[in-house]
Design a protein around this ligand. Structure first.
Ligand code: ADP
Ligand code: NA
Length: 340
């Protein structure tokens, strides 16, 4: 009943890192070869916590440059920034009225990001998952490739779609949209690195907000910086096991093997077949090679693209125009269904 369509996005809140790349973006690039894809720079999500306006403008361009440098093709995929398509905000309001406060109260990301001073978090941070549901459903997207940390938000997106479909079932049918207006979107959480961990602490996920720059590899890092960060990555004293079983209880080793597998398009089993028995010094040298080969050209291409902001802006304008056509059709229908 629903046409297959892929949607995903990243926040322009700081450097994109290896977790964003291996957890999501590498899959986006594959998917655009065979499916219709929409990739968004979610700038309205960014301001749920304070952003300096000049920095935000630069970050929107930088994340777009990262998309392009990593291999997203604006001829194959729609690439744009969220704030340019007002239907995201419009649908999010309707979803604020469909979603329940209790659903938001269960969101672990809100609890983490709001910290102890929850009363002082923005209302937008609390309602974030409702805007995310709108981002996806304003295109009636059927597939969303993301990292593991987004699983709960995707479940909420399905809950919103289902409740909208139920609450408005009669009106949906009356307006000629059959028995369901929104699809129940499938998360695509795939590959060996759906949750890349910090290089300094195997119990924390790699994140933009980690104060230690050595905890993550940024997509803007040059070859020397990548090499230094891999060499300093925390490990344990044992050599690598020859089977994946042997990685249990060794989160740092498991993380480096997963990163190696994701960078080379193989599996942890393949990596251990080649490197089982190696000391970390040797394995890290091999990891530096594959990381630099894959990532250093992306950083170089980002620098080249950032030198021409007008070109990046033109891609975002074109992408927004194409996205708006689809989003406007959905919103026209939603307004009829809701009774506006
Ligand atoms: P961040 O969590 O770094 O602020 P976003 O919320 O913008 O970044 O997430 C962008 C995408 O990157 C999402 O699909 C998210 O699941 C993925 N992602 C973020 N961090 C990681 C990680 N450490 N490992 C795997 N995927 C990640
Ligand atoms: Na995230």
């Amino acid at each position: 009943q629903f046409k297959e369509l892929v949607f995903s996005g990243m926040q322009p809140t700081g450097n994109l890192h290896l977790g964003n790349y291996l957890g999501a973006m590498i899959r986006w690039i594959e998917l655009q070869k065979t499916m219709e894809c929409i990739y968004c720079v979610v700038d309205m999500h960014a301001i749920t916590v304070w952003q300096d306006p000049a920095d935000l403008k630069r970050q929107i361009r930088e994340v777009t440059a990262a998309y392009l440098a990593a291999g997203l093709d604006p001829k194959k995929s729609i690439i744009f920034n969220q704030s340019q398509v007002h239907q995201h905000a419009e649908l999010a309001w309707i979803f604020n009225c469909v979603a329940r406060i209790g659903w938001m109260n269960r969101m672990t990301q809100f609890k983490e990001k709001a910290g102890k001073d929850r009363e002082n978090a923005s209302l937008g941070l609390y309602a974030y998952p409702s805007l995310m549901a709108a981002d996806i459903l304003v295109y009636r997207a059927t597939h969303v490739p993301v990292g593991e940390d987004q699983k709960q938000h995707l479940e909420l997106t399905r809950d919103v779609a289902q409740k909208f479909n139920n609450d408005y079932a009669a009106s949906i049918a009356e307006n000629g949209y059959g028995d369901a207006f929104f699809p129940l979107t499938e998360p695509m959480i795939q590959g060996p690195a759906t949750r890349v961990m910090s290089l300094r602490d195997g119990s924390k996920k790699m994140s933009k907000s980690d104060p230690s720059d050595y905890s993550r590899i940024n997509l803007t890092d040059d070859a020397d910086t990548i090499a230094q960060k891999v060499r300093k990555a925390k490990t344990d004293p044992e050599p690598l096991p020859s089977e994946a079983e042997g990685l249990k209880g060794r989160p740092e080793a498991e993380n480096l093997v997963a990163i190696y597998a994701a960078l080379t398009g193989t599996t942890p089993e393949d990596v251990l077949r080649d490197h089982g028995g190696s000391q970390f010094s040797g394995f890290k040298a091999a990891l530096v090679d594959v990381a630099v080969t894959k990532l250093a050209p992306i950083a170089g291409e980002m620098r080249r693209l950032m030198a021409d902001p007008g070109h990046i802006d033109a891609i975002l304008v074109d992408g927004s125009d194409r996205a708006r056509v689809i989003a406007a059709q959905t919103m026209d229908a939603v307004k009829d269904i809701v009774g506006f």
